[in-house]
Write a protein that binds this ligand. Structure first.
Ligand code: DGL
Length: 266
């Protein structure tokens, strides 16, 4: 048994979709969630900025003596995991690399990916999926406004609906078998997306990801046996907005604002 905490981070509330799945499987773990709301959105940042941001967060978790860090954020997984994965003593779980393997093995011919601009620029989903299954064709479309729409719960505004519809129509032209919601914020938009396309078309990677983490911790004999405290939530700004937006996946009652580094990227 290992009761050290598990760290989990995202640019905001999106990673709560992963967190909600993790606690279903591993309720006895001690969790520390960090939402980097001050640096949101990550999707329009450069690789260099994202590496700096991720490094700060990994250093923060190091001070918390975690046994593992869950990169619930697609954008940082796609752009910084390879650079940072060997620099820390705890386990690191990246969402893109982990779920791509599982999805590739499901053998779909045509896979669509909606993600942030920085994730699409990295082509990480395409590369990772085709690494395991060269038969799959992967179609990537960036949705630069969607994280903000979800974070601010603007999905019912006419402009948001237009934006969502137009990206979805572009994707449907490719006739995909499945569409990966490749940003943790996007499952917040599933209600509106499923107005215009069948719900079964969309893959929310959170479930697959959480299963994988659970299996790996189990195999590594790192599962915790005793919850010592309720999950702790930290944000880098605007705790009130975070609590409001959290409700769809996990109702956060208390989030503490902290400054984890002076290196905040503007
Ligand atoms: N939710 C994050 C992701 O999974 C990034 C959203 C953003 O901050 O742009 O990619």
């Amino acid at each position: 048994m290992n009761n050290q905490p598990i760290g989990i981070f995202d640019s905001g509330v999106g990673g709560l979709s992963v967190f909600a799945e993790l606690i279903k499987l591993m309720g006895e773990e001690n969790y520390i969630y960090f939402g980097d709301t001050k640096n949101l959105p990550y999707g329009n940042k450069s690789k260099e900025e994202l590496i700096k941001i991720s490094k700060n967060i990994f250093d923060f978790f190091e001070t918390k003596n975690v046994k593992a860090v869950v990169m619930a954020c697609n954008t940082t997984s796609a752009n910084t995991y390879n650079e940072l994965k060997n620099q820390y003593n705890y386990k690191i779980y990246p969402i893109v690399q982990t779920v791509s393997k599982e999805i590739a093995l499901a053998n779909y011919d045509r896979i669509g990916v909606f993600a942030t601009q920085a994730t699409i620029n990295s082509h990480a989903y395409k590369r990772e999926i085709r690494n395991y299954n060269l038969r799959s064709e992967v179609f990537e479309i960036a949705c630069p406004n969607w994280a903000d729409i979800a974070e601010k719960r603007l999905q019912n505004e006419p402009e948001s609906i237009e934006d969502i519809k137009s990206k979805l129509n572009m994707m449907l032209e490719y006739n995909p078998d499945k569409i990966i919601l490749g940003c943790t914020h996007y499952p917040y938009l599933i209600g509106i997306l499923s107005h215009f396309a069948p719900l079964e078309l969309f893959i929310n990677p959170a479930k697959i990801f959480a299963q994988n983490i659970y299996q790996d911790l189990k195999q590594s004999e790192l599962l915790g046996g005793k919850k010592e405290y309720e999950p702790k939530f930290y944000v880098s700004s605007n705790a009130q907005q975070f609590k409001m937006s959290s409700k769809l996946f996990y109702d956060v009652e208390n989030a503490q604002e902290i400054e984890i580094s002076k290196l905040t990227v503007k």
